[in-house]
Design a protein around this ligand. Structure first.
Ligand SMILES: C[S@@+](CC[C@H](N)C(=O)[O-])C[C@H]1O[C@@H](n2cnc3c(N)ncnc32)[C@H](O)[C@@H]1O
Length: 296
């Protein structure tokens, strides 16, 4: 299957704001592998994926419509997608799909697509079947059962904290730490962000990417790089960002996808520190530290 014409990526995100080092863009073969995992490819089924923090399920429907295309209709009835939301009311499927259809037009025009391509996108989205019985509300990305995510891709699109007791940066770090306990080695974790200057600093990306992005394992994950293409395809299929303020139009050109891979614990320095800390506490509890100090 070649990339359909209407999926050509014509709008490029604005340049990254500020001095934040986002590391390398995903390069082949990782970029191809990522595309296969998310969308499927020639003779390749996309991987099962769990979406966290949905706002209006237009992202879910847009992704389903692309997966359907790329898998030549051979995808399972739920498109291999488990979509979840937190503190958000789950919409009726027909309403969410209608909104995605409308945003094929809004986004397509903004991204410079031809009328014909916009029509193709709208038609594809209108054909997404109702799989909302698999959607789940009340799911926090910070406490999940292992079988929800193990062996799957996890994607948190535009995380933003909905409580004053936790910043968005902390939400992201807690998400990674929690997923590290539940995902299997080699599983992919994705965080969708906006590089708009009003938001990028709030993520405190240095905490999850490190000083030299991609070189270290942080919270159990190796950063593979960013992708700017798949999110554009999702936007063309009607993803409408929901924020606490109306900001879709403001950030449409600045979406970027950060891609991480769960690494073996052996190469994870944070795990070693955790273990040392645990050992220290155990020694303390047994009074062994005092004994060791008392020794000449
Ligand atoms: C800026 S909105 C983005 C919504 C949607 N992902 C989108 O891109 O349109 C941030 C989302 O993060 C979700 N969120 C915040 N804390 C969360 C948590 N602990 N677990 C899951 N989702 C969370 C909110 O419910 C909200 O839907």
């Amino acid at each position: 299957i070649s990339e359909p014409d209407n999926m050509a990526t014509r709008a490029s995100p604005e340049s990254h704001e500020g001095d934040i080092d986002l590391g390398p863009e995903l390069k082949p073969p990782e970029a191809q592998r990522f595309k296969n995992d998310i969308l499927g490819g020639v003779g390749v089924a996309p991987k099962p994926i769990v979406l966290f923090g949905e706002g209006n399920f237009t992202f879910t429907i847009a992704l389903a419509s692309i997966r359907d295309d790329w898998s030549s209709g051979k995808i399972s009835p739920d498109y291999g997608i488990k979509a979840t939301c937190w503190h958000v009311e789950r919409p009726e499927f027909a309403d969410a799909r209608k909104e995605a259809e409308e945003y094929c037009i809004v986004n397509g025009e903004k991204m410079g697509l031809s009328t014909k391509d916009i029509r193709i996108n709208t038609t594809k989205v209108s054909k997404v079947c109702n799989f909302s019985d698999t959607w789940q509300d009340g799911v926090t990305a910070l406490k999940v059962a292992k079988d929800l995510v193990a062996g799957k891709v996890v994607w948190f699109q535009c995380p933003w904290s909905d409580t004053s007791s936790r910043t968005t940066a902390v939400l992201i770090q807690c998400f990674m730490k929690h997923m590290a306990k539940k995902q299997d080695i080699d599983n992919i974790l994705v965080i969708g962000i906006s590089t708009h200057e009003d938001y990028i600093e709030k993520y405190k990306l240095e905490n999850i990417l490190g000083e030299r992005p991609g070189e270290t394992v942080i919270y159990g994950y190796k950063y593979l790089g960013y992708d700017k293409n798949i999110i554009k395809l999702i936007l063309q299929r009607g993803y409408k960002h929901v924020g606490y303020k109306e900001m879709h139009e403001k950030i449409i050109a600045t979406h970027l996808t950060l891609v991480f891979r769960r690494e073996d614990d052996v190469s994870d320095p944070t795990k070693i520190m955790d273990r040392l800390e645990g050992l220290d506490k155990k020694m303390d509890g047994l009074g062994l530290k005092e004994k060791a100090k008392a020794k000449p």
